[in-house]
Ligand binder design. Structure first.
Ligand SMILES: [Zn+2]
Length: 97
């Protein structure tokens, strides 16, 4: 597989995991802010909108990538991010660092 494809898959993998981690840091903070502080309805809606928006973006990232070799969808093959090998054709998708 070309190095460029591997680099893109790695970037995609890191972006998915980075956003997932950020989501799990941001969501409890947003809930605490909504519960404890007397913030306006508009600010509440903005926080809840951000949580849902991030969840949708994470899902899109997870399920949008296909194997460059056989075009199998990779989202179902890994709990999060890109699997190390394609489950269908066995191509190496991520190498150990
Ligand atoms: Zn494949």
């Amino acid at each position: 597989m070309p190095a460029e494809d591997l680099r893109k898959l790695r970037q995609h993998h890191n972006a998915t995991i980075g956003l997932f981690v950020a989501f799990w840091i941001f969501t409890p903070v947003a809930i605490v802010v909504i519960e404890l502080f007397d913030i306006s309805q508009r600010a509440q809606n903005a926080l809840i909108g951000t949580i849902f928006g991030a969840a949708i973006v994470i899902s899109l990232l997870q399920f949008s990538k296909r194997c460059p070799h056989c075009r199998a969808n990779l989202g179902w093959q890994s709990r999060l991010g890109i699997p190390r090998h394609c489950g269908k054709c066995g191509s190496i998708l991520r190498e150990d660092q």
